[in-house]
Design a protein around this ligand. Structure first.
Ligand SMILES: N[C@@H](CCC(=O)N[C@@H](CS)C(=O)NCC(=O)O)C(=O)O
Length: 215
């Protein structure tokens, strides 16, 4: 484990479900970091300086000393691998645990975030940019319900998705459940209770506040 006090950490991006994730990880790990709260579609991701840093012109982005990373999953995993501690948020301790975390993160990020929720965002609130697509909106909504059913069954009445410990899978799932609630998609009572419990974490509360600098 490295000492984060000695390393300059900068997190770029605020105001979205995705930017919340690295900020929340940093809060869970007690990291000192500088937040550059640039927002999507504000022009701030398109400046020459930011494009030189992240040619994708997307947020979140993070710098940890000389390490520069985009992609929420990669950023969060890197922060945990580098600064995690067994008493808090920590990296999986075996190949099998890592594989299970991979499985859930791929499912939550790939299927719930990108394939479904972000499709609804693109063709809903952002339809002026990405176009109207009522059929895609309706099928994404249907698909979310199927995914939530899988998650609900897997979670059962356990506190966390994997083992007995809060992990990145819970962090990603909770940010997606927030998004689901914003879209007025019905959530099973067990998933709602899970999400309501997790957002009581002090690190979540601090991160949610930091992620909304313009309010
Ligand atoms: N796969 C990327 C997606 C990043 C992404 O699409 N971010 C959005 C905000 S949530 C963004 O930067 N949009 C700015 C734009 O499209 O101009 C990740 O996981 O970080």
């Amino acid at each position: 484990m490295a000492n984060s006090e000695e390393i300059l950490i900068t997190l770029w991006g605020a105001g979205t479900a995705r930017t919340l994730r690295p900020i929340w990880v940093a809060a869970e790990l007690g990291l000192k970091y500088r937040l550059e709260p640039i927002g999507p579609r504000t022009g701030e991701t398109k400046t020459a300086a930011y494009t030189a840093l992240n040619p994708k012109q997307k947020i979140p982005f993070c710098e940890v000393g000389a390490v520069k990373l985009s992609e929420t999953v990669a950023i969060c995993r890197y922060l945990v691998a580098r600064f995690g501690s067994p008493s808090g948020l920590s990296a999986p301790s075996s190949i099998e645990e890592a594989a299970k975390e991979d499985e859930w993160l791929s499912f939550i990020y790939g299927e719930l975030d990108e394939t479904s929720l972000y499709v609804m965002r693109r063709h809903g609130a952002l339809s002026n940019i990405y176009g109207e697509a009522p059929a895609a909106m309706a099928s994404a909504r249907e698909y979310i319900l199927r995914i939530l059913q899988v998650v609900e069954t897997a979670l059962g009445d356990r506190e966390f998705l994997l083992q007995d410990k809060f992990s990145l899978t819970d962090l990603f799932l909770t940010t997606c459940l927030n998004w689901v609630l914003n879209y007025d998609i019905p959530l099973a009572s067990s998933l709602k209770a899970y999400r309501d419990r997790i957002i009581l974490r002090p690190a979540y509360q601090r991160a949610a506040e930091a992620n909304n600098p313009r309010q």
